[in-house]
Design a protein around this ligand. Structure first.
Ligand code: ADP
Length: 201
């Protein structure tokens, strides 16, 4: 299997900005957030399993998952999260593995906001943290999503701490300046990963 790089970082740290640059260099990127949505699309076994476990109310009239209702239910009954994750996590993992195997670029990237939290780092050979301080995260994410800072703060609080991620990651890039500065830091890493990809696994 080719070299797999895991990219993580808190909300608004610049994961997408970083992966867009890697994609511009011809590297295939698998996004765990996208996979998580794909596996609950209508017709997917995970959506049927969720419906069976929770009831028909989890579906909208058009057959799509009623995310808001499910989110509110989990907020009310926190133990339901485990039931849900028992269905979704193995399916997400399976789909990620499949997509990583199908990738054709010199190396492949798995980007996930919860790479360490959900043990997805087990699926990669090397990890890169896109790092930014909380004030910058708040500013960027609230501008991007139009969410208020309080909501972003809650998301940051639910994610693993910045220091912990810094300790776990193999490489760290501080994204606290211009986008050009981010790209300048990514370039030597990309060259290093290309070299790693040439080694036999
Ligand atoms: P993440 O994917 O980690 O949540 P994004 O890459 O989407 O974060 O970045 C959040 C927002 O901040 C986006 O609108 C992005 O364009 C912007 N952004 C990211 N890095 C920079 C930077 N170095 N300078 C200016 N804007 C940035």
């Amino acid at each position: 299997m080719s070299f797999i790089l895991g990219i993580t970082g808190g909300i608004g740290s610049g994961k997408s900005a970083a992966t867009q640059w890697f994609e511009s260099q011809g590297i295939t990127v698998i996004d765990a957030d996208i996979v998580a949505r794909e596996i609950v699309e209508p017709g997917q076994p995970s959506l049927q399993a969720i419906q069976q476990s929770f009831g028909d109310w989890v579906l909208l009239e058009d057959g799509n998952l009623n995310r808001r209702a499910l989110r509110e239910y989990i907020f009310q009954f926190p133990e339901a999260r485990q039931t849900l994750e028992k269905i979704t996590h193995p399916a997400i993992r399976q789909s990620i593995i499949q997509q990583l195997q199908q990738a054709k670029s010199p190396y492949v990237i798995l980007v996930s906001p919860l790479l360490f939290e959900t043990n997805q780092h087990e699926l990669v050979h090397h990890t890169l943290l896109i790092d930014a301080d909380e004030q910058i995260q708040l500013q960027r994410a609230s501008q991007r999503d139009g969410q208020n800072e309080e909501q972003i703060r809650k998301i940051i609080a639910a994610q693993m701490s910045r220091t912990q991620k810094q300790q776990l990651a193999n490489d760290t890039v501080l994204n606290d300046g211009l986008l050009e500065h981010l790209h300048l830091q990514l370039k030597p890493l990309h060259l290093k990963y290309l070299q790693r990809a040439e080694q036999v696994f």
